[in-house]
Design a binder for this molecule. Structure first.
Ligand SMILES: C[S@@+](CC[C@H](N)C(=O)[O-])C[C@H]1O[C@@H](n2cnc3c(N)ncnc32)[C@H](O)[C@@H]1O
Length: 475
């Protein structure tokens, strides 16, 4: 396989990220900067100083990898590149061919063989990348619509490496510094995640199983990808509020919301999948969240029960998971366009119901661990058409992702979608994730049905059966 390129740490990427994606036409102004994290200041610890050294090493490695790529390509720099004369099928031949195709696409006028069109190069590239990295051709074609070819290779390489293991310190029971000291004493090598959170710890090496330490069992931390922090930081729940986590299991984000609420107010955690409720309950209990009610409904039916009474809703929506390939390589081949459309349909229904449960002035965070546009920007665009909602910028500290796409394959979305954020493994060293914050400005529905026949359907579908009372557990 290819020599792995070092993944840039999020701090470095945030400072230097180029706007290389050709489909991102409306990039944000340079208005974003780091802010403080969500919790109080802590003293600077020795392990925090070590982070600077690690980052410098990763930057040096990344430079080296880029030079290697350039050398591989320059071997054929004389003359035009006709891939049809270069059809070796072993992996190294495929690797060399796609590097040359990527290079040719970058200087197309000078390097293309005159009888070949751009689409010929792109088709061969899709084929080669799917063979080399083991993705379905559909998946690679979807990625080629999102990233320019040279960036796509970075993305695919980043997916070949696991993302760093991240712990979230539970502020209800400990402080990050205290937790770090205890784990270091047990032989865990760790660093803080970044300036944007005061809760996260990257784990590099551990001599103990992190899911079985006394600190874990006491609920001092939860194991979670860094990207999963973002929706909850965007939601910004406060003590005393009434908050719903609409698709909550296994509770990574519910327990994080609970930290923000400091056990005051009401936290509703719902999930349709009964099999996932025990792990949701276990996490809530272990992390010491005492103001939480767990329910087991289809989120689309919750409006009937809850009404428009909520201050905040998190919809961390069911999705194709196409941002999580580095954690689950089966996603390389297991999903296709039909799955995306099926999910998008459910996501729209859930998101409309979420808005209908908010008070005017209440906020919704819509997030997915997928990077496809139909599951993200297209959903938010739909919400803007059929409900009275406005998109808000995310809190300053977490504005480091790429802006939501407002122009994709000839389709224009509402310009305010630029305030949503996308993070990727190759740019932010996190799973691929989408996060958008919306505020409800008026009650009721707006606009027409998608077929133009009248106002959109009420979000409360007829319930097929009575909700079961059993799974509502107060803990
Ligand atoms: C991305 S996962 C949620 C992860 C969770 N937020 C966390 O951080 O641990 C999506 C969840 O949506 C749930 N789900 C799927 N369809 C649903 C529906 N119609 N109503 C409520 N939950 C649903 C799934 O069971 C799954 O647990």
């Amino acid at each position: 396989m290819a020599k792995r390129q070092a993944v840039k740490p999020v701090e470095e990427v945030m400072d230097s990220e180029e706007t290389s994606s050709t489909i991102v036409e409306e990039m944000m102004d340079d208005e974003f900067a780091f802010g403080s994290g969500s919790e109080g200041e802590e003293e600077i610890l020795p392990f925090e100083r070590k982070a600077a050294l690690r980052i410098a090493q990763q930057v040096a490695e990344a430079d080296g990898a880029e030079k290697e790529l350039a050398t591989a390509v320059s071997a054929d720099e004389e003359g035009r590149y006709d891939f049809t004369m270069d059809m070796g099928s072993d992996l190294e031949a495929v690797h060399q061919r796609f590097l040359k195709i990527v290079h040719t696409l970058q200087v197309f006028k000078d390097r293309r063989a005159l009888h070949l069109k751009r689409t010929d190069y792109l088709s061969q590239l899709a084929l080669d990348l799917s063979v080399y990295y083991g993705y379905s051709e559909w998946h690679i074609s979807m990625l080629l619509e999102l990233f320019p070819p040279v960036e796509l290779i970075d993305y695919l390489e980043a997916n070949e490496k696991p993302r760093p293991l991240v712990l979230r310190a539970n502020g209800l029971k400990t402080k990050r510094g205290e937790l770090a000291r205890s784990l270091i004493a047990r032989g865990v090598d760790l660093d803080p995640v970044g300036d944007w959170t005061r809760e996260g710890l990257h784990v590099y090496k551990s001599q103990v199983p992190l899911g079985a330490t006394p600190e874990y069992l006491l609920g001092h931390y939860l194991i979670q990808d860094a990207a999963s922090f973002l929706p909850v930081l965007a939601l910004g729940a406060k003590p005393g509020e009434r908050v719903l986590d609409m698709a909550a299991a296994p509770g990574g984000k519910t327990t994080h919301i609970g930290q923000f609420m400091k056990n005051e107010g009401t936290l509703l955690a719902n999930d349709v999948n009964e099999d996932r409720i025990p792990s949701l309950l276990a996490n809530i209990q272990r992390l010491g969240i005492c103001n939480c009610v767990v329910t087991n409904y289809d989120g689309r039916n919750l409006t009937k029960i809850i009404g428009a009474t909520l201050d905040r809703v998190l919809l961390d929506a069911p999705c194709t998971g196409l941002g999580t390939v580095s954690r689950d390589p089966t996603a390389k081949v297991s999903k296709d366009g039909t799955d995306v459309l099926r999910m998008a349909h459910l996501q729209k229904e859930l998101a409309l119901a979420a808005i209908d449960m908010l008070k005017v002035g209440g906020s919704l965070v819509y997030s997915t661990c997928s990077i496809t546009v139909p599951e993200n920007e297209a959903i938010v665009d739909y919400l803007l058409k059929y409900r009275h909602v406005k998109i808000q910028p995310l809190p300053e500290a977490i504005q480091f992702g790429r802006p939501g796409l407002v122009n994709f394959r000839g389709k224009r979305f509402d310009a305010s979608i630029k305030h949503a954020r996308r993070v990727y493994p190759h740019t932010h060293n996190m799973l691929g994730f989408f996060v958008c914050l919306l505020v409800k400005t008026e009650p009721g529905v707006k606009g027409k049905r998608p077929d133009g026949s009248g106002p959109p359907k009420a979000t409360v579908p007829k319930m097929k059966r009575k909700p079961r009372p059993m799974p509502n557990k107060r803990i």
